[in-house]
Design a protein around this ligand. Structure first.
Ligand SMILES: C[S@@+](CC[C@H](N)C(=O)[O-])C[C@H]1O[C@@H](n2cnc3c(N)ncnc32)[C@H](O)[C@@H]1O
Length: 315
């Protein structure tokens, strides 16, 4: 039997729906056993990959898969990380609450949901998000170590929960580093203010849209993760230009963007409707050149999963 939500369409396109039926069969089987065990992950990934291939080949409409994902999630997976991504509480999947839940490895308490969250957190993409926090910390370590005479000024663009800032401050209470954090979501700013309350004198928050406003200081380090991979190329270049302009000579802009190598992409897009602008190292380089960066000032690095790329531009 096809999933309930698709029965009408299924009667017309029976063969085309095979990868979705296969996915539904597997999900039902896994739900019956109380969620996926690590030994089921490979089959889950393979099934989602085949479904993704069918969507890319336009054999199955993305909207049909999305309708299915909504239906199965509402009925069986409410409260899981995947359901929270799909629910888009603040308008899109990767909001500050989801990002914080990834950082803190939040797992549903209900026994029948726990294994779904363990599966979520085991994937390359959440690992890459956790790795990018460590990447930011390393950048802060190296910039602050080489900058001993005056305070180091850091601009954190689309700062979300600012858990990365809080953790670095906790580990480095003595370093003279000042952060300006900008985010367009008031709930994110409120959450971040709470997390960074012990360091209120060293962290300033701005509830603003970074496409319209940036604090007018000069910065030694400008950092942005989890924003540029939602932007079109045109907006990417526009914002990158603005970030370069507020970076002091000798300073650095570092911008994160998911790469086209993302093994979690089908899971994110098909079951979470979490769609990003994945970009290659070459594309990031091209966009940096378009934003006016000198060719020899550009470098593209990555975290250990190889999923999150980091475009570095030296001023
Ligand atoms: C995926 S979260 C990343 C948070 C943080 N940088 C991190 O990596 O932990 C993206 C954040 O970007 C913010 N955001 C999205 N568009 C924005 C804009 N135009 N101006 C400022 N903030 C924005 C959202 O409110 C959200 O908090």
């Amino acid at each position: 039997m096809p999933p309930l939500v698709l029965q009408e369409r299924y009667s017309v396109h029976q063969n085309d729906f095979a990868p979705l039926i296969e996915c539904d069969d597997l999900l039902r089987e896994l739900m019956a056993q109380g969620g996926p065990m690590p030994s089921d992950y490979a089959q889950m990934n393979r099934t989602l990959r085949l479904l993704g291939d069918a969507v890319r080949a336009k054999v199955i409409a993305r909207d049909d898969v999305l309708a299915y994902a909504q239906d199965v999630t509402n009925r069986h997976l409410e409260g899981t990380m995947q359901a929270r991504a799909l629910g888009k509480k603040y308008g899109y999947s990767g909001d500050f609450e989801i990002i914080e839940a990834i950082y803190t490895l939040q797992i549903a308490q209900e026994p029948h949901l726990r294994r779904w969250d363990l599966y979520f957190h085991s994937q390359a993409a959440p690992n890459a998000v956790r790795n990018r926090k460590a990447y930011f910390h390393q950048l802060l370590n190296s910039h602050s170590a080489g900058h001993t005479k005056a305070p180091l000024n850091v601009l954190n663009v689309a700062s979300g929960p600012a858990r990365d800032v809080r953790e670095w401050m906790l580990d480095n209470p003595e370093r003279e580093v000042f952060f300006d954090c900008v985010d367009a979501e008031i709930h994110a700013v409120e959450r971040a203010k709470k997390l960074c309350a012990p360091f209120a004198k060293r962290v300033e928050f701005y509830h603003r849209n970074v496409l319209r406003f940036l604090p007018a200081k000069g910065y030694e380090l400008v950092w942005s993760a989890g924003l540029f991979d939602y932007l079109t190329d045109r907006t990417f270049v526009f914002l990158l230009k603005a970030l370069i302009a507020v970076t002091k000579r000798g300073g650095e802009v570092v911008v994160g963007n998911f790469s086209d190598y993302n093994p979690s992409r089908d899971y994110m897009e098909l079951l979470g409707d979490w769609v990003l602008q994945h970009r290659t190292r070459e594309q990031l380089r091209e966009l940096a050149l378009e934003a006016g960066a000198a060719a020899d000032s550009i470098e593209v690095m990555w975290e250990p999963e190889g999923v999150n790329l980091f475009l570095h531009i030296r001023r």
